[in-house]
Ligand binder design. Sequence first.
Ligand SMILES: Cc1cc2nc3c(=O)[nH]c(=O)nc-3n(C[C@H](O)[C@H](O)[C@H](O)COP(=O)(O)O)c2cc1C
Length: 333
Amino acid sequence: MSFPYTIIQAPMAGGFTPPALVQAVSDAGALGSFGFAYTTPQEIVVQSKLIKGQFNINLFIHKDVDVDKAKVAATKAALAPHYAKFNATLPEELPPKISLSHQFEAVLEVKPTVFSSTFGAPSKEMIKACQKRNIMVSGTATTLDEALYLQDIGVDSIVLQGLEAGGHRGTFLTPLGVHDIGLFALLSLCHGKIKTPLIAAGGIMNGQGIKAALTLGASAAMLGTAFLTTYEAGTPAAHKEMLLTSQRETILTPAYTGRHARGIRNKMGDELQALINQAPCFDAMNALTRPLRGESAKQGNPEFMSLWAGQAYRACRVMGVGELIATLKEEMK
Ligand SMILES: Cc1cc2nc3c(=O)[nH]c(=O)nc-3n(C[C@H](O)[C@H](O)[C@H](O)COP(=O)(O)O)c2cc1C
């Protein structure tokens, strides 16, 4: 079994994957992906209908956890001075959650080529509903056990996310931060044991990297960070600038959102490190820090944004998507 596209632009929720990016990837013969985890069902339909050709829609699938009110109060008190510095408004109440089942109904309505998920496995009902409509289903695994689990429930492909990857970890069977395996080790563990097509993700920035992943048994490669500095990406200017000029290391930390994610180290990561143990669950922590991160981006200040980036971000290139994909293909020869 194989996957019909060799190069995949990773889904990246938070405004990074506007329709122009997804369309340009599709036009170049690769698979473009919408990161729609924070997007309303109505908007999912509107943006998806703009795409001509193949595309992927990605959502977060995670268990509802009770919000710990004491943790929310403690976090708000700790964040207040940072909000004051940026003249931003600390949310009084947590915003209502966007319903996953409504988002999923929108997915079924627009029938993307692929439906992918992270943070958890899709239910068997979700898989069946997609496959009935010829939508391929993809899950994200960060360990061999997670890949075996996804294979058992019948997904059509599995994204193997190595610890090099930018953004949030997709880990769902083990505690986060415990089994952080690099991409090549993960591919070697899964090769032979997993018959479902494997998609390699994490730290791949050029055609040589794609070729290496294919040699190790992947059917396709998924690149996220490499697309963040393309003209079509929705990456905020201060984030793009850091990707292209910073010499800092990346850190994998739950400090920004309450869930482990990798980004370029900045003051926010350092200063919120002390909050990790009192941080509420992902949805709540993400909502509590979002307006601060947004205001920092608006002011062009990279220090209080979430600068999601993979370990290899310093290999980012500035070009249009068409040129990037043509270059990747050339480098694979
Ligand atoms: C800015 C950003 C946002 C991301 N958002 C998502 C997301 O919404 N869903 C998802 O499955 N993965 C998300 N990821 C992870 C990517 O799908 C992929 O695993 C990662 O980008 C691969 O590593 P690389 O960035 O080194 O190429 C995100 C990554 C980045 C950099």
